[in-house]
Design a binder for this molecule. Structure first.
Ligand SMILES: Nc1ncnc2c1ncn2[C@@H]1O[C@H](COP(=O)(O)OP(=O)(O)OP(=O)(O)O)[C@@H](O)[C@H]1O
Ligand SMILES: [Mg+2]
Length: 509
């Protein structure tokens, strides 16, 4: 009888200093199926998959592929066994083309020279077979995040992967890109591939997975067919308590204007107007949500307010103070905090300890230094408090940020930014990569910040989040606000239309 398991992990244990990341985990991936891995931030999901991909060696346990025990000593060996991994942080070379990236390291040669033509043909054929619609000649720098992810998928297929591991693939995607990715996964399975999917989004599990394994604090606590479960039950299994999916809050009591953006214009390198005389304001005690399709100026708006991008004209005032000529540090000191979209680029210094990361923008305050000497005791005390308050799971405060799980890195940034008690808090995609328990907690924190009389700017692709958390919604389209609505007076459909440029409901401007 042919074995029906593509992969079987048996009693896998992996210890890191101070923690058992995987505690005797059994996991079996059936051929031609999608198997979801669900668990809290820091539960041990990425660790388990990194073991399967040869990035870590297990301390105990074994791996079987097609019924045969194997040792996987590195990614190249994993690829040799037909395993491919699509990481959350892509590893592509931007100035290169799609085809060049895909063949990198295994270029087809003809008479000693790289045979680009045949590479492009092969990439094209794979792209068509799996419905990926990728242009092999496009430059990585010029394609969207969703397309880059497809290039990563093609890369694994080009190397002959039969088993594909996706670690939170939808966290960085827009809703449209997510539904396209799920279709691609269906196609992959139909062509005989087997998929392991790590995701925090229960909806996606219900939609695409055949089986789900729940991991809690390093232990696999349940495996069941998706058809026999539901989102509430999964949530409870995962966090060990029932989770409230709706956000409870009192109506906002808006006070004086905190942020006033007026006719702000900013051009990109190539002269394209990213912000097109954008105007809006946020008052004390309210959360304004910016809804929009990716690429309509959200990123540029946040960069302009936080001082990372030059304004060509117009003004940005925080409590009446003009920000456009200030440096990011001056703006931070003027009362702005920023939970950035890209936590690795702007949020953390990965090689610094958690303690150091907690004072990145405040280490020069009298609280933390005297005459240029850092007061490490005070810094450590601050870090201890924040980590406890926000339930950041780390062995201790002197662990480098790099060793934390993705979601715990995110929670640490949120803790630091809210703790500064800013007059204006910018939260850009704040729940990316967070588990549902952490999402509930972070939303409560945003609302608590508002209730302290502060202003919050929430930018998110998740309409549910905007509708649940924001007090007022501003829709951004082609670099300007084309309409403002209240969450209780609108719905997905109307917001969707406005986001596509229809401004019939425009109340202002
Ligand atoms: N290289 C490492 N060194 C030390 N500890 C690590 C390392 N990698 C992971 N850990 C620890 O192992 C535990 C499990 O982390 P892992 O990244 O597997 O979690 P996860 O389930 O993927 O969480 P998330 O949903 O936040 O991505 C965490 O406590 C983490 O801090
Ligand atoms: Mg992870």
């Amino acid at each position: 009888m042919a074995p029906n398991a593509a992969v079987e992990l048996k009693k896998i244990t992996k210890r890191f200093p101070g923690i058992v990341a995987n505690d005797s985990i059994d996991f079996k991936l059936e051929k031609g199926s999608v198997h979801a891995l669900l668990g809290e931030n820091g539960a041990g999901k990425s660790t388990l998959m990194n073991i399967l991909f040869g990035l870590y060696q297990p301390d105990e346990g074994s791996i079987e592929i097609d019924g045969k025990e194997v040792a996987i000593n590195g990614p190249n060996e994993a690829i040799g066994y037909g395993i491919g991994m699509v990481h959350q942080h892509f590893k592509l070379v931007s100035p290169f083309t799609v085809a060049e990236n895909i063949i990198l390291g295994m270029e087809p040669k003809r008479g000693g020279r790289i045979d680009t033509r045949s590479a492009v043909r092969k990439v094209q054929a794979l792209s068509e077979q799996y419905g990926l619609h990728v242009d092999p000649q496009a430059k990585i720098a010029e394609i969207s995040v969703g397309m880059q992810q497809r290039v990563e998928i093609l890369k694994t297929l080009y190397r002959g992967a039969n088993i594909l591991i996706f670690d939170e693939p939808t966290a960085v995607l827009t809703p449209q890109e997510i539904s396209e990715l799920l279709d691609i996964m269906k196609r992959l399975v139909a062509e005989g591939k087997s998929i392991i999917l790590i995701t925090h989004k229960l909806k996606e599990i219900m939609q695409i997975a055949d089986t789900v394994t729940v991991i809690r604090r390093g232990k696999a606590i349940d495996t069941c067919p998706v058809s026999g479960t539901n989102p509430d039950e999964l949530a409870e299994k995962m966090v060990g308590r029932s989770v409230n999916f709706s956000v409870e809050k009192q109506p906002a009591k808006p006070g004086p204007v905190v942020l006033k953006v007026d006719k702000l214009v900013s051009r990109n390198k190539d002269g394209v107007q990213a912000l097109n005389e954008i105007s809006f304001e946020i008052r004390a005690g309210e959360i304004v949500g910016i809804a929009g399709v990716d690429g309509n100026g959200q990123t540029e708006l946040i960069e302009a307010i936080s001082g990372l991008r030059k304004a060509d004209s117009g003004s940005i005032r925080l409590n009446g103070q003009e920000l456009t000529s200030l440096t990011p540090r001056q703006i931070s000191e003027a009362g702005l905090s920023h939970i950035p979209e890209d936590r690795h680029k702007h949020g953390l210094v990965l090689d610094f300890t958690m303690s150091e990361n907690m004072v990145l923008q405040t280490y020069f305050h009298p609280e933390f230094q005297k005459r240029g000497l850092l007061n490490y005791k005070a810094i450590d005390r601050k870090a201890e408090t924040l980590i406890a308050e926000f339930d950041v799971r780390t062995p201790d405060i002197h662990t480098p940020a790099r060793a934390l799980s993705g979601g715990n890195q995110q929670k640490a940034i949120i803790a630091r930014e809210i703790d500064k008690n800013p007059d204006l808090l910018i939260a850009a995609q704040p729940i990316r990569g967070l588990d549902i328990g952490a999402i509930e907690f972070v939303h409560k924190q945003l609302i608590a910040h508002r209730d302290r009389g502060k202003a919050v700017l929430l930018v998110s692709f998740e309409l549910d989040e905007i509708l649940n958390v924001a007090d007022r919604i501003a829709v951004i389209y082609e670099g300007r606000i084309i309409g403002e609505v209240y969450p209780h007076e609108t719905n997905h459909q109307e917001l969707g239309l406005m986001m596509a440029g229809s401004d019939k409901r425009s109340k202002s401007r």
